[in-house]
Design a protein around this ligand. Structure first.
Ligand SMILES: Cc1cc2nc3c(=O)[nH]c(=O)nc-3n(C[C@H](O)[C@H](O)[C@H](O)COP(=O)(O)O)c2cc1C
Ligand code: SF4
Length: 354
């Protein structure tokens, strides 16, 4: 049986296959009040038809004053629950597990990058915002949340010794930096119970792979059910650069066929007892199968490939050719999805087949 279609356990939850959608922020769709727009309904319908075992939504804001991007979906108010509930239903209708990524942009919201550039009093409140957001997400009917600790957002800023540049109780050692996130994870577990999936997206360079492994172990102990690996503090990531050219504090063995983030996922996987999701450049069936068969990760995470062709998974498991992502220097889904060349090609193909 094809490994891409085999059921797979994530903690005590059975996923219909080991292929997951990693978070893609749809910031150009949302209204400034963080409420669901029609364009979201259309996208989440696609997610529900994607065939994948699990889809993680775009990073949603846990706090209105400090939105990750002004026009990103929100989960800070009970008024948002009915809209979120609709979205949960759209993803889950064919048995795909639906996870919301919960996020805060931290110092960026105050025009800086380091914690010293943000008001400390606000940072202390944000832990409770994450926990309250998870409770709303659960009420809306989602299967779980993924705590966003990557890409120079708040929790990444706290985990990284580069950006956590203040004297407070969450600095001084890796354990102390991790404690801020550990308290969020434990708080969510306590409020949402054991049946709710709690995952974590973590950088493999916070600031190096050895420290990231320690962080992953601490988050496992705190109760997360999976770690999805990406990048932590790095300026180029902030600017939407997803290439593999920069050093992530990982020594790459000769002949390693995939990106550093996938290598980071494998190294973390070897040091934790919970499933690990590897994403970055998983663009075709061969790569996805190889990563899973070689045991480099428990699940593969698909980002741009599924934005390029929403039926990417359904097609590859049938041996059909999807429209592949063009790997544009900066993905158009960050600011104007109508310019995505893959979607344009799909639309043209649909037109021609009429
Ligand atoms: C347009 C766009 C938006 C993204 N938004 C998020 C996000 O909200 N949260 C997150 O953790 N990663 C986000 N990412 C990173 C992706 O989840 C993924 O790690 C990255 O695209 C590499 O995987 P891929 O090669 O399959 O695209 C985003 C990437 C792109 C291109
Ligand atoms: S083709 Fe370009 S715009 Fe479309 S998903 Fe790929 S990188 Fe993004």
């Amino acid at each position: 049986m094809d490994i891409l279609t085999q059921k797979k356990m994530l903690g005590k939850h059975e996923l219909k296959n080991p292929v997951t959608g990693v978070a893609i922020n749809l910031r150009m769709f949302a209204r400034c009040d963080g409420m669901v727009a029609d364009s979201h309904r259309k996208m989440y319908e696609e997610y529900g038809n994607s065939g994948m075992g699990m889809v993680v939504t775009d990073a949603m804001n846990v706090n209105p004053e400090c939105q990750s991007f002004r026009t990103t979906l929100g989960c800070w108010s009970d008024d948002q629950i009915p809209g979120l509930s609709e979205l949960a239903g759209l993803i889950k209708k064919n048995g795909t597990k639906a996870i919301v990524q919960i996020a805060h942009r931290g110092a960026h919201c105050f025009g800086g990058k380091k914690l010293s550039e943000a008001p400390l009093v606000r940072l202390l409140d944000v832990q409770q915002d994450f926990i309250d957001a998870a409770v709303r997400i659960q009420k809306a009917g989602f299967d779980g949340v993924e705590v966003h600790c990557v890409h120079v957002f708040l929790l990444s800023q706290i985990l990284s010794p580069i950006t956590n540049d203040i004297t407070w109780k969450y600095n001084g050692s890796v354990e102390k930096r991790a404690q801020y996130v550990v308290e969020i994870i434990k708080g969510i577990r306590e409020k949402c119970g054991d049946d709710f999936i709690v995952g974590c997206r973590l950088g493999c360079n916070e600031p190096d792979i050895q420290t990231s492994i320690k962080l992953a172990q601490m988050f496992e102990e705190a109760g997360v059910e999976y770690i999805s690996v990406s990048t932590g503090v790095d300026e180029r990531v902030e600017q939407g650069n997803m290439d593999d050219t920069f050093d992530l504090g990982i020594e790459v063995p000769e002949g390693w066929p995939y990106t550093k983030r996938v290598l980071g996922a494998w190294q973390i996987k070897q040091n934790v007892n919970i499933p690990v999701i590897a994403a970055d450049g998983v663009k075709n069936a061969e790569i996805a199968r190889d990563i899973l068969e070689k045991g480099y990760a428990d699940f593969v995470g698909i980002g741009r490939a599924r934005m390029a062709d929403p039926n990417w998974y359904n097609k590859i498991v049938k041996g059909e050719e999807p429209v592949y992502c063009f790997h544009c220097p900066v993905c158009f889904w960050l600011f104007d999805e109508t310019r995505c060349p893959a979607r344009r090609k799909l639309a043209k193909m649909a037109e021609e087949s009429k």
